[in-house]
Design a protein around this ligand. Structure first.
Ligand SMILES: Nc1ncnc2c1ncn2[C@@H]1O[C@H](COP(=O)(O)OP(=O)(O)O)[C@@H](O)[C@H]1O
Ligand SMILES: [Mg+2]
Length: 473
């Protein structure tokens, strides 16, 4: 097993956080200026909306930089609360969700508390002159978790407006920017209609370079001979093609997955002797493969936590999210039906593999990035070869080749495969086995017909020869 295919465990000592948001005790390797600007905006404007594309680093910026700066300036930010929890027996689900995050789900009487009362009870209590900052992350969830409860949304924003009304509470609200339009109808409930806004984008070159270099440098390892710039350049070629068009931005999620892998295959392997990372080390890291491995680990984790067969989820990724021509496709249905399907979709979105988009009350899902297309396809192929019987792998190959006859099972392989009527076969397998049998039956029949025809010809020739001999004698 090469270093590139061992499972992703975050070994202590890997300085890259990997595919998760930075936490409050960690330090961002970059964006100090953005964090300062945002913190100042909150202090000056009191209510601020932070918006950015999904995965641009909103949660990380708040948790690992802005909250600390606000604290240093004498403010008391809450932890980042979300509005995504299931509805309680009574009361407003969005208010209740914030209550669960800020006070704990076991708090007596939580269902009956208003947002103002929830904020007032947050620990530790404010000292005289202290100013609380309510931090709400992923506020777009108020628009997505249930598209039918407009009344509950209005009540939530009404309560938020009431909590902010007397000027003693500050607020930092983070939202995915594709949902800004959806928030419009609720702005009238909020002071200043959320006029103060701050936009974050993906990482620019300088931010990406710092994100590559700084964590390694903190462990005494330097990138030399332009290796960091080469890596950033590869990451910025979003289509995955070396030499393909270069975008002005790097997606930080990809940077984290790739740097985590780079460290593991370069420095974890070399142990103490690792002091430099050069262009050959960077060239050795296969970006698609690193993403493919991340995808595989995420699915294995889903299987462990939710008990959903990896095979089902892999098939869904390949056939519902990727077209035959290898473009991203959109779907409204998860890999399995019902509540479990919804939980899986949420988990896949949290893992940055999916992106959700809600339009007219319907949520569409697609791969989070084009670069995941080859990663998913290669990951699925490798996984099938490692875990399925050869005839099952052949069924996938048959489908991948537009169900051409040449890819059906024949001969010994077909004799060794189970009958199509066997229990527990997937739909594709049953179809593949039936078609293979039909074709083999047809071939047999044709073989028999041909043999009969040859026999008839031979007989005819013999008769003609005998007849000629008879005439001559
Ligand atoms: N400033 C940064 N530098 C490097 N990587 C970052 C930065 N901010 C976020 N990331 C990485 O990007 C991914 C998405 O970050 P996250 O904060 O969850 O984004 P968002 O909240 O906007 O969806 C994570 O893997 C995280 O580690
Ligand atoms: Mg976030």
């Amino acid at each position: 097993m090469s270093g590139d295919t061992a499972p992703i465990v975050l070994p202590t000592g890997n300085p890259y956080v990997g595919p998760r948001a930075f936490r409050s005790h960690e330090r961002l390797p970059n964006r100090q200026r953005a964090a300062r600007e945002l913190a100042d905006l909150v202090i000056a404007e009191r209510v601020v909306l932070l918006h950015a594309p999904s995965g641009a680093g909103k949660t990380s910026l708040i948790q690992a930089a802005v909250s600390r700066m606000l604290r240093a300036d004498g403010f008391v930010p809450t932890r980042a609360a979300r509005v995504d929890k299931p509805p309680p027996a009574h009361g407003n689900r969005y208010v209740h969700s914030v209550g669960v995050d800020l006070l704990g789900a076991e708090t007596p009487g939580l269902d009956g508390l208003t947002l103002t009362e929830i904020v007032a009870r947050v620990e530790p209590p404010l000292l005289d002159g202290g100013a609380r900052v309510l931090v709400l992350d992923q506020l777009e969830e108020v628009l997505t978790v249930d598209s039918t409860d407009r009344g509950a949304k209005e009540e939530f924003f009404g309560q938020l407006g009431a909590a902010l009304a007397d000027g003693s509470l500050w607020a930092l609200l983070a939202v995915r920017e594709d949902y800004l339009g959806g928030l419009d109808r609720y702005l009238r409930f909020l002071p200043g209609r959320l006029r103060a806004r701050y936009r974050l984008d993906f990482l620019d070159d300088a931010e990406a370079l710092a994100a590559v270099r700084t964590p390694a440098e903190e462990q005494g390892v330097s990138f030399v001979d332009g290796a960091a710039a080469i890596l950033v350049d590869r990451l910025a070629r979003g289509g995955g093609e070396e030499g393909g068009p270069r975008t002005p931005f790097v997606e930080p999620f990809q940077l984290q997955v790739v740097c985590h892998t780079l460290w593991r295959v370069t420095c974890s392997r070399n142990g103490d002797s690792c002091t430099e990372i050069g262009p050959p080390d960077v060239a050795r890291v296969d970006i698609e493969r690193a993403l493919s491995r991340y995808y595989g680990d995420a699915l294995a984790e889903l299987e462990r936590v939710h008990g959903v067969e990896q095979r089902v989820v892999r098939d869904w990724f390949e056939h519902d999210l990727i077209t035959a021509r290898r473009f991203r496709a959109q779907t409204t249905a998860g890999p399995v039906p019902g509540d479990l399907g919804v939980r899986l979709l949420d988990a896949l979105e949290d893992a940055y593999l999916l992106r959700a988009d809600t339009r007219a009350g319907t949520t569409w899902y697609e791969l989070a990035h084009d670069r995941l297309i080859p990663a998913v396809l290669a990951g699925n192929r490798a996984w099938r070869h490692a875990t399925l019987d050869p005839w099952q792998v052949a069924a996938y190959e048959w489908r991948r080749h537009q169900r051409q006859r040449a890819f059906l099972l024949t001969g010994d392989a077909l004799r060794r495969a189970p009958a199509p009527a066997c229990d527990g076969l997937a739909e594709l397998e049953r179809e593949f086995l039936s078609r293979s049998r039909d074709e083999a039956g047809l071939a047999d029949a044709l073989g028999t017909t041909n043999r009969l025809a040859v026999l008839a010809c031979v007989q005819a020739v013999v008769i003609v020869v005998l007849a000629v001999l008879l005439v001559l004698t």
